[in-house]
Design a protein around this ligand. Structure first.
Ligand SMILES: Cc1cc2nc3c(=O)[nH]c(=O)nc-3n(C[C@H](O)[C@H](O)[C@H](O)COP(=O)(O)O)c2cc1C
Length: 187
């Protein structure tokens, strides 16, 4: 199973998750930043990582997602919000919408990633009625995000992608035995 892992990362959070996922597949997979990613055409399985930008995949990841045709695809992402929030689920859903319908989405993973401190400084200067104005609750979320991705996130990502790999190998085996059975019937 030829596997391509592509990630888009501004400050390194998504790159670290991508590297953890790469360890699951080892030399069976190729890992690229989105800026130098090859065409996905020659691969069986494509994993695409992005940082959440305004509730969806960042623009570079969006553009790459649009190039994938007829593949098994998994998405992974990092974001400032909590990974079990509606915002996280919506961000994955919004990113998946950039995929052509001929692809098969086989799994997703999302975890928190530290927010660029410059962005937090900007939030701090916003008036109280602004949607990004800093509240104690938001500050607590930024402080939690600042600890991620951590080892538990890497392990959780690896568990998700180990399952995906197993699932894909089973499907590939099933496909082979169906072909063999069909050949047997013909002989
Ligand atoms: C311009 C900008 C927009 C962002 N928009 C969101 C957002 O809509 N929701 C969110 O939860 N986090 C948002 N974030 C936080 C990043 O998604 C998060 O810090 C991510 O882990 C960065 O990943 P990277 O280090 O791979 O670039 C935003 C960050 C930036 C810089």
């Amino acid at each position: 199973m030829k596997t391509l892992i592509v990630y888009s990362s501004l400050t390194g959070n998504t790159r670290k998750v991508a590297e953890a996922i790469h360890e699951v597949f080892g030399s069976a997979a190729e890992l690229f930043p989105v800026e130098t990613a090859p065409s996905p055409a020659a691969y069986d399985f494509v994993a695409v990582g992005f940082w959440v930008d305004r509730g969806t995949a960042d623009k570079k990841a969006q553009d790459f997602l649009k190039t994938i045709q007829g593949k098994s695809v998994a998405l992974f992402a990092t974001l400032g919000a909590y990974p079990d929030s509606e915002h996280a689920a919506d961000s994955l859903k919004n990113a998946a919408a950039f995929l052509d319908a001929g692809n098969r989405l086989v799994g997703t993973f999302i975890c928190q990633g530290k927010i660029d401190p410059r962005l937090i400084e900007q939030f701090k200067s916003m008036p109280g009625n602004h949607p990004h104005a800093v509240t104690p609750e938001r500050l607590a979320r930024y402080q939690e995000a600042a600890k991620h991705p951590d080892d538990r996130d890497f392990q959780a990502a690896q568990a998700v992608f180990t399952d995906i790999e197993k699932q894909l190998l089973q499907v590939a085996e099933l496909g082979k035995s169906e072909v063999n059975a069909a050949c047997g019937e013909q002989n």
